[in-house]
Ligand binder design. Structure first.
Ligand code: HEC
Length: 194
């Protein structure tokens, strides 16, 4: 192969490689989804992980195989962490790593007062998802000079243990939950301006 051919061949390979590289970095930096889609996808991952932990770990080891129990006082009781605590510990770790979004599991009737809503949008969102089964709530709020997109997703009582544990808990402000009731909600907050 002549030197010229080699140069041409090499440069065409470089060109072929270079185009996708430039294009991929441009694509990586081009906004293609909305804050609502982002919140919906984050919620899909977190709610699926929580369901998997509940079904494949807690239900299997506690109910089916009966090798361990799940307890709020998991350290003292040498027990499994409750799904809601698992969720909160994850959210607390994420909040140390990024301020691009925050999330939490809240309720208008919280066992743990730390899980009560604080902002008007959180309160309105939790009330909305409790009254409108199957619907999400999306709002915008300004906090400390920053505008946030805030999404609220219902957390329904999908199993009898949700209801019995909450209704019987010493710290619950509500003891008449029924199966299928919305017990709280996941709040995801994304800064959009400011
Ligand atoms: C064995 C008891 C137990 C079971 C079972 C249980 N929870 Fe909870 N749940 C708790 C405790 C304790 C907390 C407070 C956790 C914390 O420290 O943040 C909590 C927290 C929550 C919260 C946040 C608000 C609050 O009350 O603090 C929601 C919402 C919630 N649980 C929904 C559910 C749902 C839905 C299920 C069933 C899929 C369920 N829980 C099963 C004990 C339980």
């Amino acid at each position: 192969m002549s030197r010229l051919k080699k140069v041409l061949l090499t440069s065409s390979i470089v060109a072929v490689l270079a185009i996708p590289l430039t294009a991929s970095s441009e694509i990586a930096e081009t906004p293609t989804f909305t804050p609502k889609q982002l919140a919906d996808w984050l919620h899909l991952v977190m709610s699926t992980d929580r369901a998997v932990y509940t079904k494949k770990i807690v239900n299997r080891l506690v109910k089916k195989d009966k090798v361990i129990k799940a307890s709020e006082h998991f350290e003292d009781d040498k027990a499994l962490v409750l799904p809601a605590q698992m969720f909160r510990f994850g959210a607390e770790e994420v909040s140390k790593k990024t301020d691009q979004f925050t999330y939490s599991l809240q309720s208008l009737w919280p066992i743990n007062k730390q899980n009560a809503p604080r902002t008007d949008v959180e309160k309105a969102g939790l009330a909305y998802v409790a009254e409108n089964k199957g619907e999400n709530y999306y709002g915008v709020e300004e906090l400390g000079g920053t505008t946030y997109f805030t999404a609220v997703y219902a957390d329904p009582a999908v199993a009898p243990v949700c209801v019995s544990c909450h209704n019987e808990h010493k710290d619950t402000p509500k003891s008449d939950f029924k199966i299928g009731d919305v017990m709280g909600g996941v709040v995801i907050r994304i800064p959009v301006k400011g």
